[in-house]
Write a protein that binds this ligand. Structure first.
Ligand code: N01
Length: 543
């Protein structure tokens, strides 16, 4: 059952909390707050549940984290649900969300097709005034932004883009009814995780595929597994331990980084470890190897060299080899979240696939018929796909017109860099929480792990205030400054923070370039949140 807009807003005037977003984070928040007796609603611009998995329904879209940790940890949910694959696709993830909906009866408190346009805090009532695209205003005590870190698509400003006469779609705004690629001339701009997934799916079925690559992708083998009944039984037995384990690891996965330098062992031993991690598939080769690859370029080069040898064997043409696996690292391995692939490199051996390195031969313009590159060639296309990523981590918050108590909108406050306290609140925006956003483990963490840790803290915080008759909480500027400095200090020792990518905001023209994530590890992050709650939220101003 889904609630229409009119129904949803008819009884929300005295809401305790309004949650924005019906993905993992928003759903968790809704369920936990309702359990404690709060009145809560979710508003979501999407037409259905799932957040990312509502919007990203392009062919081949699938999660890059093992199913075992990419689900809610609540026993009532995992014990009766079996994923059919190690890395489920978007269709199955949507089925999972519907299953969760059935179990937790979520939809009665969710208004879909309801976008938040603006929000202002009323200091006389200590309530937010939140306006939707329909012009309706609601007044929750707390505003909880569960808007995701890759939700605001980035559309490059190519000359002539609007003149293209074929179909043009961003991967994160894929037509809900699907789109036939078979037999079509397709162009894909962008070779991040979305591009890799689209390329490997569309290469074999399109009449011609033209890939416009700006940066080679150091993609890792996914090693998909299809589960049968016997495996499901074994999985269930280990599941409780896996869920607990993820809270102990640096990135909230169920395996951890080896806490020593790869130079501590001989080159022969090192290769054995690399081979072992490589054969496991997924992020094991990244999040399960030596800790110095994250901060020592020499160690990182060793990993790249291993990767390159593996990948070169799969690419026939020397020119393709040069572009897809360059001798010089395109960026430190892991400085961008690696993508997972299963036939990505083989696709470029096909006669119907062209790869254009747009650093060598830039896109000059988009024409009504296709894409013209600087060498004067017009690549004619029926479909143009923008796999060009996101205004990540902060974009889903700064794209809403949210005004602080000092009259400064959040987009202006963060224009020169995001600042938060504990990655969950920011000064001058009382009673506003956010999850999976800036200065939290976010892009360096398994999603459900992060949102459950943050979600529990938010629920405890609201409970604490309610129990004491308090109506306002906001972090102090001093606490925020100290925490933001800590985030930057930690990041400054790590290679990722010095590279231009969506991890640092450098993919968006004009956006502040800075480390957007807390990379001190999930256990430390969890401890800091817990300490704050245990000490009565002492670095916040409460009233
Ligand atoms: O986005 P990206 P994404 N002209 O920013 C290129 C999650 N996710 O959607 O590298 C030409 O990584 C850009 O080039 P460069 C996951 O966390 C997960 O692929 O900046 N090209 C890059 O190649 C993931 O990591 C899955 O030089 C332009 C690409 O577009 C994150 O989302 C699936 C350009 C953008 O890659 C982001 O992935 C999908 C321009 N003007 C997404 N602007 C799973 O597997 C950008 N590019 C779960």
């Amino acid at each position: 059952m889904s609630m229409d807009h009119a129904e949803a807003i008819s009884n929300v005037q005295h809401l305790d909390a309004l949650i924005v977003g019906a993905g993992f984070s928003g759903i968790y928040q809704l369920h936990q707050l309702r359990k404690r007796g709060f009145s809560v609603k979710i508003f979501d611009a999407a037409g259905g549940l799932g957040g990312t998995w509502y919007w990203n329904c392009y062919p081949g879209a699938r999660v890059d984290s093992d199913f075992s940790i990419y689900q809610f940890a609540m026993e009532d949910l995992w014990k009766d649900w079996n994923f059919s694959e190690r890395f489920p696709g978007w269709e199955e993830l949507r089925e999972y969300f519907h299953y969760v909906d059935g179990k937790l009866n979520l939809s009665r408190d969710i208004a879909f097709n309801t976008q938040i346009i603006s929000a202002r805090f009323d200091t006389t009532t200590d309530r937010w005034a939140v306006t939707t695209q329909h012009g309706t205003v609601v007044h929750p005590r707390f505003l909880i932004l569960c808007t995701g870190y890759t939700s605001e698509p980035y559309f490059p400003d190519y000359k002539g883009l609007a003149t293209f006469e074929g179909e043009c779609h961003h991967t994160a705004r894929w037509p809900q009814g699907g789109l036939e690629l078979k037999g079509k001339r397709v162009g894909i701009i962008g070779t991040g995780a979305s591009g890799v997934q689209m390329i490997q799916e569309s290469g074999p079925i399109t009449s011609h595929l033209t890939v416009f690559q700006r940066t080679a992708n150091i993609a890792l083998p996914i090693r998909q597994i299809k589960f049968d009944r016997k495996m499901h039984k074994e999985i269930k037995e280990s599941h409780p331990f896996i869920l607990r384990r993820r809270l102990q690891t640096f990135t909230g996965f169920h395996y951890d980084i080896i806490p020593k330098s790869l130079f501590d062992i001989t080159p022969e031993e090192r290769i054995l470890v690399f081979e072992d991690q490589w054969s496991r598939g997924g992020f094991s080769f990244w999040l399960g190897t030596f800790e110095d690859i994250f901060h020592d370029q020499r160690a990182n080069d060793e990993v790249y060299s291993f990767w390159r040898k593996k990948v070169l064997q799969r690419i026939d043409d020397p020119e393709m080899q040069r572009k897809l696996a360059p001798a010089v690292q395109p960026h430190p391995f892991g400085a961008k979240r690696p993508s997972l692939e299963h036939q990505y490199f083989e696709v470029f051996n096909r006669p119907n696939v062209t790869l254009i390195d747009i650093k060598e031969n830039p896109i000059a313009e988009v024409t009504p018929k296709g894409v013209k590159t600087q060498d004067g060639v017009e690549h004619e296309l029926d479909i143009l796909i923008l796999a060009t990523g996101f205004d990540a981590v902060t974009g889903s918050i700064t794209h809403i017109d949210i005004e602080g108590t000092d009259g400064v909108p959040i987009r202006d406050k963060w224009a020169k860099g995001a600042s938060t306290y504990l990655g969950v609140m920011t000064a001058n925006f009382p009673n506003m929480f956010f999850t999976f956003g800036p200065q939290a483990p976010t892009a360096f963490c398994n999603g459900p792990t992060c949102v459950e840790i943050q979600g529990d803290w938010i629920v405890d915080c609201i409970d604490y205030l309610q129990g004491r008759g308090l109506t306002r909480i906001v972090p102090t500027q001093v606490a925020e400054n100290d925490y933001s400095k800590l985030v930057k200090d930690i990041a400054s020792t790590q290679l990722w923070s010095h590279h231009k990518s969506w991890y640092t905001g450098a993919n968006i023209p004009g956006k502040a370039v800075e480390p957007l994530n807390f990379t001190g590890g999930v256990p430390l992050y969890g401890r800091m949140l817990k300490e704050s709650a245990d000490r009565g939220f002492h670095e916040f101003s409460l009233s």
